[in-house]
Design a protein around this ligand. Structure first.
Ligand code: COA
Length: 366
């Protein structure tokens, strides 16, 4: 292993970034999973350790169908939350409220709790969206369908094109897990104090929201849509770089020579935008990619082309990071379980750089 051992803070059997050029979940490469697996397979793999057989997949689907039911207090809360609230803040609050309504009684049911939190989060976003947009209390019926299809149908209130389901399914597979990224590590820190499942998920949602982490997909869309032509994009990026601005959707703490998920999601974006009204956005994205490579040697991360994919499947930009949450709940839950199996309080030390020891001065003498 090439990885700098000093930066290793723990062990995991869930996922590896290899020597910084690949990604696999429990031994299965992301390339194969995104080509062949449904998100259901990946969620099961992360939560239960192996790919499901037909019987286990059926059981998982039945649990998921039950999980999308919204408790009345959650509906009531969604109706009183300000319309202007960010969807990530809404999800964080939903998860926290769910933790009071259906508290975790004892460890051992984390996988089922994860499925429940996933179902409630997905339905909450659709309910909140429709309620604030039209005042209607819409809940999409869940039939025997893919989770990606459920999310799209609940949001659009119609059966959507199969290519959209295909695209969201792949995005969910790619977003599901990523070793000790910031939100997962934050969830593990919370778990290490022997706190409850919901608290760890709420911690993770709050951490994912930031633009240097999950919020980058929203920020990347804002960037893409700020340009009307590829020429404008090139000039605009050069200007931003000259002002030392960060370009969202580029760079990565681990993958210095490219995010292995990027070519997969770029291909999806290309397929979706081909011959569509969004083909110009794809051209703009490619010019930004080329400019960043030439000027900074920086490559896209998963969030850059995911933003374009989410846009093409008709999702509002402020829902991009919540889509990331839906999928990553499975990875977070897997880490919560793993942390609990061999727990030790996570308490790093800091190097002190403050003032030297000094005598206290009473207020009358200051
Ligand atoms: N745009 C412009 N410059 C960037 C950049 C970006 N997206 N990402 C890194 N850089 C620059 C840094 O400013 C630094 O320049 P400097 O040496 O002149 O100061 C150089 O590239 C090296 O960066 P590095 O310190 O190795 O990055 P990091 O590991 O600290 O940060 C990220 C990693 C992901 C936080 C960072 O790349 C970033 O902020 N990207 C944009 C947000 C994003 O897409 N987040 C999602 C991550 S999956």
């Amino acid at each position: 292993m090439n990885m700098d051992e000093e930066k290793v803070v723990g062990e995991t059997a869930i996922c590896t970034v290899g020597d910084g050029h690949s990604l696999s979940y429990r031994g299965y490469s992301i390339t194969e999973l995104s080509a062949w697996a449904n998100f259901e397979d990946v969620a099961y793999l992360l939560l239960y350790g192996n790919l499901p057989d037909r019987a286990h997949l059926y059981r998982f689907q039945q649990l998921f169908i039950k999980s999308v039911t919204l408790p009345q207090p959650i509906k009531a809360m969604l109706e009183i939350l300000p319309k202007t609230a960010h969807a990530m803040d809404m999800l964080r609050t939903v998860c926290s409220l769910l933790g009071t309504l259906e508290p975790e009684n004892a460890p051992g049911a984390e996988a089922e709790l994860a499925i429940r939190v996933m179902g409630v989060s997905m339905t909450s976003l659709a309910y909140w969206h429709h309620f604030h947009l039209t005042g209607r209390r819409l809940i999409a019926p869940y039939e025997q369908q893919l989770i990606a299809q459920y999310v799209l149908n609940a949001f659009h209130q119609r059966t959507v094109d199969e290519s959209w389901v295909w695209a969201l399914n792949i995005a969910f597979v790619l977003y599901a897990e990523h070793e000790f990224n910031a939100s997962t590590y934050a969830a593990r820190v919370t778990t290490s104090t022997e706190s409850d499942f919901y608290s760890a998920i709420v911690t993770a949602i709050g951490t994912l929201k930031g633009p240097l982490h999950g919020g980058a997909n929203e920020a990347a869309m804002a960037l893409l849509s700020s340009f009307e032509t590829p020429e404008q994009a090139r000039t605009g990026i050069l200007k931003k770089l000259a002002h030392r601005e960060k370009i969202m959707g580029f760079g990565h703490r681990v993958y210095k020579s490219g995010d292995p998920r990027s070519p997969i999601i770029k291909d999806v974006a290309q397929q979706l935008t081909k011959k569509s009204e969004n083909s110009r956005l794809f051209e703009i994205a490619e010019v930004i990619e080329q400019t960043m490579e030439q000027e900074k040697g920086l490559k896209t991360n998963l969030d850059f082309y995911s933003a374009l994919v989410f846009h093409c499947i008709g999702m509002p930009t402020s829902y991009f990071t919540p889509l990331f949450v839906f999928s990553r709940i499975t990875g977070w839950a897997a880490h919560i379980m793993e942390q609990r199996q061999n727990n030790r309080l996570i308490r790093p030390l800091a190097r002190y750089v403050g003032p030297k020891a000094r005598a206290f001065v009473p207020i009358t003498e200051r």
